[in-house]
Design a protein around this ligand. Structure first.
Ligand SMILES: [Zn+2]
Length: 305
């Protein structure tokens, strides 16, 4: 007799059903076990569908109740799929290395917020020139540096839509955030005594004052002609608002800067001081007179004769 080619020749592999428990008993036992050990709501594959029954999103099986689903999760099919999924993810993971961390932190300092400030509007009683005096308090300024400033045109800044009627005065001093003041984009008088800065290292206060140049009697757009003796009405000075600093507006680099060329077709930029003051302070003739009533006081504007 040839038993070699008998169908089902491999014997002895039976006995799966030889266990005494029935499938029903087995499922019930697994369900009880699962109910005790598994939080079904944390199962990423558990889904209740719109028909009120339950699905295994991993195996795409349908279950009439939670117990049935839980029993399924303990079964061979689900466990095999879980292992297969895990192996697949492990295999794919090295092929997709995490994107290299983008270097965002280029600043040397951890910013500590905005400095306190005070702005004073003044008008020269003799020339009628309007001026702005800025006092910025930098009590925590980093060792060995001084505040810097620069003017920025409406077209260079990227904080708000450009408006040619305004320009921005930026003040930077690490580790403070750079702040900007929105001022009318009128020409600034850079004559001696009309524009000065002063850094008081003792009180850690920075002062900057500039005068607007007197303008020809051109009425501002949309406004009534200025009254006699005042070339610009006061309302134009009311737009002083510190602008929140942000990354698109980096602090000016030390060592001076220049305005980049404006895009073709853009209106002419307002006149800007060409450079930052030299490190180490201003030449003596630009130093403001210090007030006699203590270092905390704001120095008065230079005398005009
Ligand atoms: Zn499953």
């Amino acid at each position: 007799m040839d038993f070699q080619h008998r169908a089902g020749g491999k014997t002895g592999s039976g006995g799966v059903a030889s266990a005494s428990e029935s499938n029903r008993d087995r499922r019930e036992r697994l369900r009880q076990l699962a109910l005790e050990t598994i939080d079904i709501n944390k199962d990423p594959y558990f889904m209740k569908n719109h028909l009120g029954s339950y699905e295994c999103k991993l195996c795409l099986t349908l279950h009439n109740n939670e117990g049935s689903y839980l029993a399924h999760t303990q079964g061979k099919k689900h466990q095999t799929n879980l292992a297969r999924r895990a192996a697949k993810e492990a295999k794919e993971a090295p092929a997709q290395p995490a994107p290299e961390k983008v270097k965002v932190e280029v600043k040397k300092f951890v910013k500590i917020g905005r400095p306190g400030y005070k702005v004073t509007k003044q008008r020269d009683p003799e020339t009628g020139q309007q001026s702005l005096l800025f006092q910025i308090d930098y009590p925590e300024i980093a060792e060995g540096i001084g505040p810097r400033h620069r003017f920025m045109s409406a077209y260079e800044q990227r904080i708000e839509p450009p408006d040619r009627r305004w320009q921005y005065l930026l003040l930077a001093a690490e580790p403070y955030e750079t702040i900007a003041f929105k001022v009318p984009s009128r020409e600034i008088d850079k004559a001696e005594g009309r524009f000065w800065t002063h850094w008081n290292k003792e009180t850690k206060q920075f002062f900057l004052q500039f005068h607007f140049k007197m303008e020809k009697a051109v009425p501002p757009p949309g406004g009534p002609p200025p009254p006699m003796g005042v070339k610009r009405p006061a309302p134009l000075m009311t737009g002083l608002t510190p602008q929140p600093p942000s990354d698109p507006m980096p602090p000016p680099p030390p060592g001076g800067m220049h305005m980049p060329p404006l895009p073709p077709g853009a209106p002419a930029p307002p006149q800007m001081p060409p450079q930052m003051p030299p490190p180490g302070g201003l030449p003596p003739h630009l130093r403001p007179p210090l007030s006699a009533d203590g270092p905390a006081g704001i120095p008065p504007p230079p005398p005009s004769s």
